[in-house]
Design a protein around this ligand. Sequence first.
Ligand code: FAD
Ligand code: NAI
Length: 475
Amino acid sequence: MSKQFDVIVIGGGPGGYIAAIRAAQLGFNVACVDEWKNAKGGPALGGTCTNVGCIPSKALLQSSEHYEHAGKHFADHGINVKGLELDLGKMLARKDQVVKQNNDGITYLFKKNKITSFHGRASFVKAADGGYEIKVTGAAEESIVGKHIVVATGSNARALPGTPFDEENILSNDGALRVGDVPKKLALIGSGVIGLEMGSVWRRLGAEVTVLEGLPTFLGAVDEQIAKEAKKAFDKQGLKIELGVKVGEIKSDKKGVKVAYTNAKGEAVSLDVDKLIVSIGRVPNTIGLNAEAVGLALDERGAINVDDECKTNLPNVWAIGDVVRGPMLAHKAEEEGVAVAERIAGQHGHVNFNTIPWVIYTSPEIAWVGQTEQQLKASGRAYKAGTFPFLANGRARALGDTTGMVKFLADATTDEILGVHMVGPQVSELISEAVVAMEFKASAEDIARICHAHPSLSEATKEAALAVDKRTLNF
Ligand code: FAD
Ligand code: NAI
């Protein structure tokens, strides 16, 4: 007799593990099946985010930023560092330790919430009495039945056609996080989020980095003014970003990688590098799920087809996170996980897609929520804009980091905040205030009238809100 569960979650990434915890909190008998293996072949809960995504990339961004500060910026503070040395092995080991702490944290949370954890690949077998039969293929094979199934199988890196990842020379996000020696020359294809974050890590550690982007515009989804400011900063740092390129043949051998491309002027270029990171987006992961066995419908991109509530075409089968439409972000996956668990319990789970923040953890950081100025123009909405530069912020001067600005966009008549865009120090944290404000449908005036601590970077947020009404106090 197969073990029976109220809810079986397939995938233990941020979407899946959070869905499992919320369902358990709501009193359901929950199982979570995840196939990720750590270096020893054991379970490693947390999915892409914890193992080869958000967490290890932020660990390396932090370490590499410390290294750059020690080498280039401490002297401005009167701290002279002699004999600065990079111990890349230790830096990578620290990153692995941070990953493990997060893996272990989720294992603990599963125990605390009495979630049954299976290590192996889950695949649909058939609709069964009282739900769906799922086969778990791990060290052993097991069959379990769930009344509700939540598919949270995530995504995988997209490879260039004809150029598979070997994780030696041609790297996905996985290989990009564990290069054993700093490459002398590194190329990245795609100047999106991974291109900029991983390009920054390896540039700070000493690589000569070239980022090749197919589109003629830099960070097209970001507010233009913010993207321009960020590009200026990256150019100054020596991160070479070439826009409007057409990548041609890629040859890899023991000596390295040869990337042929046509630049924006139409000239043929051949670039020799030690390593190539391909960061051209990700594809939803339904490999091995055996979706056909139960007739689970996919869309034309291979993502699981869901409605606004994450319902699939099958009764009691839900899908969340990177494997469905919408931004591929850990916090979006988590919100969907919570909402689905609550819907299973007959509650009104809710995700507001208009207030999902984005953060790019480069230096300067880039963060935004809501609509960009170009989107507002295109939709014909009348708006007012206000900006405030970190150059005029006392805390930023004290930090020694005055790059960037905060920008508010508000409705021309009602003053409702429509978008907030930031580039500068620690804006990954500052953006939360804007998210809260937009959730509560605040006006720019509301933020302008709230007391912000002095001296703090958050005063730039208040001042940008004041700027909407052309009454900044410190600029
Ligand atoms: P995943 O995290 O991909 O988890 C899916 C899990 O399901 C995996 O463990 C997988 O092994 C398992 N699985 C798949 N199929 C099966 C099966 N059939 N049976 C059993 N298990 C299965 N997002 C942010 O918000 N902030 C960031 O800073 C950020 N940084 C990133 C950096 C990098 C380098 C990358 C690659 C991504 C980053 N992301 C970031 C995106 C984020 O990682 C994803 O949006 C997030 O992990 C999606 O969560 P998920 O639960 O949908 O899927
Ligand atoms: P991306 O979608 O952010 O960027 C891909 C870039 O590659 C785009 O600019 C695109 O125009 C370009 N491109 C596509 N095909 C190309 C080609 N053939 N030649 C040249 N350029 C090409 O994808 P990326 O960086 O791979 O990241 C995947 C996803 O992971 C992100 O979209 C994001 O959802 C998530 N992520 C989030 C992070 C965060 O929140 N800080 C960090 C890293 C990843």
